[in-house]
Design a protein around this ligand. Structure first.
Ligand SMILES: Cc1cc2nc3c(=O)[nH]c(=O)nc-3n(C[C@H](O)[C@H](O)[C@H](O)COP(=O)(O)OP(=O)(O)OC[C@H]3O[C@@H](n4cnc5c(N)ncnc54)[C@H](O)[C@@H]3O)c2cc1C
Length: 457
């Protein structure tokens, strides 16, 4: 049966009206600022917020935030709302890439982010449906379950320190009982969060405006001068005129290479899909899911899912259809179109996957796509650009920004404010730091990580 909608629709999250989407603080573009932040997603908002947040009597810098399209209409306004640290899954990859100590640091950083986001939400009293949850990663296919469990056991036996919060359920019966997922073979559980990302960002941006920031929607930066002027400031071109800035923060996610060509092969766009599923009024009550989920099928195939307090579910992934053709996702920046096969994939999803939902009549109410920035070495790129004093990058979260962005933005803000001088003082894991070596490396494992050995059709 066809869904009630057959055309792409705006993401469910953007149904919240923040009155900021087309906001321009001033009619004209300011001609100068101490700091220009390019991009108004989570990275742009969190970076600006921490640059402006004052913990002493000092004066605030002038900050202008430029957004190419409507405010927060990129990946942040389109994501799955899952604040889920990577506690064990990529640990084996990171251990091979960086050694056990750094791999443990990477996990620790993400785990810490859950509580840091919670603290910020509480401090600013942000109404963004934040819930502290237990994430359950459920394996339903032996091809992935077996090697993942084997790697976990092997690392543990060698003394690798997974967080105490990680709980492994090996017995399939128990995994199915605890998760409610049909055909579960094993599961891992750990603390995570869920939230409405657009509401979080809207509130942070409102705070920035209260602190004097100037936000300009629908103002793409088309170029940054190749060197600073004699006054040390950078010139940014836009169709609405030029703006000069002492410091620039690039929070442009997948689009970074349009302004910084050296990132062409370092951060590449990858299109993803998510949807909202709800039980219609005439439907049967379905069990409320108290947890958030990852469901893992064959190699590279997974969904992630949050349960909302209104009873609806937001699910993203659909990799079984997304990975069928590289053109559906790889280097694809068209978030106005749906992914072939995704609607069909999500139709009847809850009935198929979860016990107790069979008669619920749950159906897809909204479905949308969004563009992620995949990093060539899977790590975000954070720091000042080598040889370009005052140009800062905070991008490339590889579809996994929610448990990384806040900490990276705090670090960038400390550098921009001049509180610290070097990345080593930020506490960020070293693989995140921008370096000449990372920039000039020819290695790119993003496609392999995303699609494995599938042929690139
Ligand atoms: C479908 C989908 C589901 C996802 N689900 C999850 C999830 O559940 N959990 C999770 O952790 N992560 C998830 N992600 C990833 C997460 O959304 C991103 O990591 C995060 O939103 C990145 O934030 P950002 O601010 O860097 O990017 P964005 O939100 O994309 O913001 C970048 C902004 O920069 C603007 N911009 C770009 N170029 C210019 C320019 N030249 N001038 C001016 N403005 C410019 C863009 O218009 C955009 O608004 C998902 C992503 C997608 C697409």
């Amino acid at each position: 049966m066809p869904l009630p909608h057959s055309k792409p629709m705006p993401p469910y999250w953007l149904s919240y009206t923040s009155n900021l989407s087309k906001h321009r603080t001033t009619e004209d573009l300011p001609q100068e600022a101490d700091v220009v932040v390019i991009g108004s997603g989570y990275v742009g908002a969190a970076s600006a917020y921490h640059i402006l947040e004052k913990d002493d009597a000092g004066t605030r810098p002038s900050v202008v935030i430029l957004e190419a399209r409507d405010v927060c209409s990129g990946a942040t306004g389109r994501n799955g709302g899952h604040l889920k640290p990577d506690v064990y899954l990529n640990a084996a990859i990171y251990e091979k890439m960086f050694g056990p100590q750094v791999a443990e640091e990477l996990t620790k950083f993400e785990v810490q982010q859950v509580m840091d986001v919670k603290r910020m939400v509480e401090k600013e009293q942000i109404d963004c449906d934040f819930e502290l949850t237990r994430a359950i990663d459920v394996f339903v296919d032996r091809r992935v379950a077996e090697p993942t469990i084997a790697a976990y056991k092997d690392m543990k036996a060698r003394g690798y320190r997974f967080p105490d919060d990680l709980h492994f359920i090996q017995d399939p019966k128990k995994a199915e009982q605890v998760s409610g997922v049909k055909g579960a073979l094993a599961a891992f559980t750990f603390t995570a969060g869920s939230l409405w990302p657009y509401k979080l960002v809207s509130r942070l941006l409102r705070r920035c405006l209260e602190w004097g920031a100037n936000l300009q929607a629908n103002t793409p930066v088309t170029a940054i001068s190749s060197s600073p002027g004699s006054d040390g400031r950078w010139a940014l071109s836009t169709p609405r005129g030029e703006i000069k800035a002492g410091k620039v923060v690039l929070a442009t996610n997948a689009y970074l290479s349009t302004l910084m060509p050296e990132f062409r092969d370092r951060i590449t766009p990858a299109r993803g899909v998510a949807c909202r599923i709800a039980v219609p009024e005439q439907g049967r009550m379905a069990p409320h899911l108290n947890n958030t989920y990852g469901i893992r099928y064959g190699p590279q195939e997974y969904d992630y899912l949050i349960s909302r307090t209104d009873g609806s579910i937001v699910v993203g992934g659909a990799k079984q259809v997304v990975l069928q053709n590289d053109s559906y996702w790889r280097d694809n920046i068209d978030d106005s179109q749906l992914m072939p096969g995704a609607e069909g994939y999500f139709t009847g999803y809850m009935q198929r996957m979860f016990h107790g939902w069979e008669d619920s009549q749950a159906q897809v109410t909204d479905i949308w796509t969004g563009i992620m920035g995949y990093s060539s070495d899977l790590m975000p790129w954070v720091g000042e650009m080598p040889g370009r004093p005052g140009i800062f990058v905070n991008a490339g979260f590889t579809g996994h920004g929610m448990p990384r962005i806040l900490g990276c933005s705090v670090a960038i803000a400390s550098l921009v404010r001049g509180d610290i001088k070097h990345m080593s003082q930020t506490g960020l894991p070293a693989p995140y730091w921008i370096s000449e070596e990372r920039l000039t490396s020819k290695r790119n494992i993003a496609r392999e990580y995303m699609a494995g050995s599938r042929p690139s059709l």
